[in-house]
Design a protein around this ligand. Structure first.
Ligand code: ZN
Ligand code: ZN
Ligand code: FE
Length: 759
């Protein structure tokens, strides 16, 4: 055993968190050698272990530095230092990791191009100048190209490309930015881009030239294809809408730089941080009235979904005359995002004028993530590229559970010790291709996490496709299947998202969910914790016509509700002049029974209000009526609230009678923005009063919010302001979406807390 000098020290440091595939070891190497420390660093099954020997002062400094300035993409969760016997090393080594295969979560999410790579891409003298697949240990594709663990080149679609001498040298040099950068590539050895016609034949010319001519391009990106055109060319945008047969659903945009974003949108400092973050999500920003973008980008909305380029290929789409592009997922409406050339040519041939393809295979389909900022914090709408498969940290360990999620905006999840690992977004499962993608996803996640669930959990809805899948999965594994009511899962999801374990109140508002009494729920108040959730309040149920038709027709829902309220055809007709044809049906449906079902859906109440604000057309995407209403409401200020009534029934109920006052308000000729603002304020005020009452009753001052309705920042803001003023702590989502793609998280927690049951 080597002897150390008097003030020398030897330590072993264990670090867990996101510390692999993020340049951690080279970072440690540089730091240790610059401080004159000897020893080694190695990836282990649990994270990273570092052995250090040398001056005690230097070791202290090393620890300080690593804490303060860890590698940019890493996230340290635990950091343990213990003194050990010195072994007398004479240098610092990076050891090859032997077995990292059963590491926690060893596949990193995809990362947007880093500043160093962008510099090289733009540097005329660099060997990677203009190379669209430039990446390094700090950026590039990850999850989207990975077939299996461990995350090594041979397990990614980069296996097909043998590194050239220069790239290999970077890959094995500890001091290099590309040390163990698995997708490392250059123009000599890496993937290649090709511009083609829709029949696959090569096309001379350039991408920017075509975009400037107003052409539509299908471009292969990180997690799938996009359809792209010049967003400032109204004609091109119009053609894209027609060809895609997408009526009003907003298009996402990609901006050349932050300056361009600021030309079209309000952008706060916090929002800016998120736009340039490594995940590079689409951010929902408030549109500036001065923006020259045509209305067809986002009809009826005051927001725009904007992202920045996240691969060198994207940077190459812009120049001084091309600053903002429509970048919409390339799929046939409702189908999964297209990821390979065969499907692209087959399905997009009539949509795109030209194709930008490449020969790096997309293994895992992953949509762009969508985020907004709420109270200066991230508020996810769709959690996919850049986030998946990163786990959500929980404050305790869970048994192995699989949660199927819901049928709309589907996302499944696995519990993996102290983490919940949520899948990427798969869309609506009533589409068979989406179900196929979802099932492939289950195979992939269970494989890479090496999990055999002890329990399977799904929604209570008897007709949910996800529930059917869960039943087959549980039967195949011979484990119990647990069913969790939709809104209780929302409630638990918001608790877990905020690391709450004690009993709290919850408000869950959304479009629809199957209730425990077989009615439709959707405007619910709960009290409890994961193991015991009690429904303590709701909107007073109204009759909702059976079937899906009404969901797409706000006018119909409005006619039914007003008829139920007034039982006066002429009065309903006066408020809703174009409801004449619907009225005979509405009259029959205005009672719960064979034609209608009792419903406390918040989404349908928003539909009614939207119809009263003049939105009487058909809804072409989920949440459209509510989103348009919110945009309207933002145009009015300082309006009054309608009188609302809260009463005690079997549980606390909020009456929806104020819809009658709103209808009369409309009859008096009040303008839609004022109607919309009054409605929003009434909803917020009623929720606040109910929460205050329940908080006093259950002696708690914590309330969580979940459900798609709370994507409405007008309502959410009012709620947060009033409740905080009343001394109540409010908790909204921050890591998983507040809509149905977040419920798998809640399902996990509830299932884990339930004793064995098999129903
Ligand atoms: Zn990079
Ligand atoms: Zn190379
Ligand atoms: Fe929901």
């Amino acid at each position: 055993m080597a002897k150390l000098a008097q003030d020398d020290r030897a330590v072993e440091i264990h670090i867990t968190g996101i510390v692999q595939g993020v340049g951690f070891r080279p970072h440690v190497y540089k730091s240790a050698t610059s401080l004159g420390l000897d020893g080694w660093v190695i990836n282990t099954t649990a994270g990273v272990t570092i052995r250090l020997e040398g001056a005690a002062q230097s070791i202290t400094k090393f620890v300080e530095q690593l804490h303060k300035n860890p590698p940019p993409l890493s996230r340290i969760e635990t950091f343990m230092v213990r003194d050990v016997e010195p072994e007398g090393f004479s240098a610092f080594f990076i050891h090859e990791s032997k077995n990292v295969s059963d590491t926690d979560i060893s596949i990193p999410p995809d990362v947007g191009t880093c500043p160093d790579c962008l510099r090289e891409y733009r540097d005329l003298s660099d060997r990677r100048n203009g190379y669209p697949f430039t990446n390094c240990v700090n950026c590039g594709p990850r999850f989207s190209i990975t077939r299996a663990v461990p995350y090594d080149r041979k397990n990614t679609s980069m296996q097909a490309f043998e590194m050239c001498g220069d790239c290999s040298a970077e890959y094995i040099e500890p001091m290099d930015r590309r040390f163990h950068a698995e997708p490392n590539a250059c123009p000599v050895c890496g993937p290649r881009l090709a511009l083609t016609l829709p029949d696959g034949t090569p096309l001379a010319g350039d991408m920017r030239g075509l975009l400037k001519e107003g052409r539509i391009l299908a471009i292969k990106g990180i997690g799938g294809y996009h359809l792209v055109c010049d967003a400032l060319n109204a004609r091109a945008v119009q053609i894209l809408r027609e060809r895609k047969q997408r009526q009003t659903k907003p298009f996402a945009l990609m901006c050349r730089d932050l300056e361009t974003v600021r030309m079209h949108c309000e952008l706060s400092v916090e929002e800016e941080k998120f736009l340039i973050s490594p995940a590079r999500p689409i951010l929902l920003l408030k549109r500036k009235p001065t923006s020259l973008l045509c209305k067809e980008i986002a009809p009826g909305l005051d927001t725009l979904g904007v992202m920045l380029p996240y691969t060198p290929l994207h940077y190459g789409l812009f120049d001084e005359n091309l600053s903002i592009l429509v970048m919409t997922s390339a799929n046939i409406s409702g189908d999964p995002l297209i990821i390979n050339e065969d499907d692209a040519y087959a399905y997009l041939g009539k949509l795109a004028d030209a194709f930008v393809v490449h020969n790096r295979k997309i293994v895992n389909r992953v949509d762009d993530s969508v985020v907004m900022l709420f109270r200066q914090k991230p508020y996810p709408v769709r959690r996919s590229r850049g986030f998946v498969p990163q786990g959500i940290k929980l404050s305790f360990n869970l048994p192995s559970v699989f949660a199927a999620g819901g049928d709309l905006k589907s996302v499944f999840a696995y519990a993996n010790k102290s983490k919940a690992v949520l899948s990427q977004y798969f869309g609506d499962l009533d589409n068979l291709k989406n179900l196929d993608a979802y099932q492939d996803g289950v195979k992939f996640f269970s494989g890479f996490l090496k999990i055999k669930p002890e329990k399977v959990v799904c929604d209570l809805h008897p007709d949910y496709i996800s529930a059917g899948f869960a039943a087959r999965y549980a039967a195949g594994l011979d484990v119990p299947l647990i069913k969790v009511q939709h809104h209780k899962a929302h409630f638990a999801s918001a608790m877990a998202d905020n690391n709450l374990n004690e009993r709290v109140l919850g408000v869950v508002c959304d479009g629809t969910g199957y209730g425990e009494d077989s009615s439709i729920w959707g405007f619910e108040f709960f009290y409890g914790n994961y193991s015991n959730i009690e429904r303590v309040g709701s909107l007073r149920p109204f009759p909702q016509p059976r079937g899906d038709g009404v969901v797409k027709n706000p006018l119909h829902m409005a006619a039914v509700l007003l008829y139920a309220l007034w039982e006066d055809k002429d009065k309903v007709l006066a408020v809703l002049p174009n409801s004449a044809q619907l009225l005979p049906y509405a009259k029959a449906q205005a009672k719960s029974g064979t034609l209608s079902i009792a419903s406390s859906s918040c989404g349908r109440l928003f539909d009614v209000a939207a119809a009263l604000c003049g939105f009487t057309g058909k809804v072409t995407y989920e949440g459209e009526a509510a989103m348009r209403m919110e945009s309207l409401a933002h145009q009015a200020t300082g309006v009054r609230t309608y009188a609302y009534d809260i009463f005690e029934d079997d549980i606390l109920r909020i009456s929806w009678d104020f819809i009658g006052e709103m209808a009369e308000d409309r009859l008096r000729g009040t303008k839609p923005p004022i109607l919309a603002a009054r409605f929003h304020q009434t909803i917020a005020a009623a929720i606040c009063s109910a929460v205050e009452r329940l908080a006093a009753r259950y002696k708690t001052n914590k309330v969580v919010f979940s459900g798609g309705t709370f994507q409405n920042r007008f309502v959410a803001n009012r709620l947060a302001e009033s409740l905080l003023e009343a001394g109540i702590e409010v908790y909204f989502h921050g890591q998983v979406p507040t809509n149905d793609s977040g419920i798998a998280l809640g399902q996990l927690l509830i299932a884990a807390s339930r004793a064995e049951e098999n129903k």
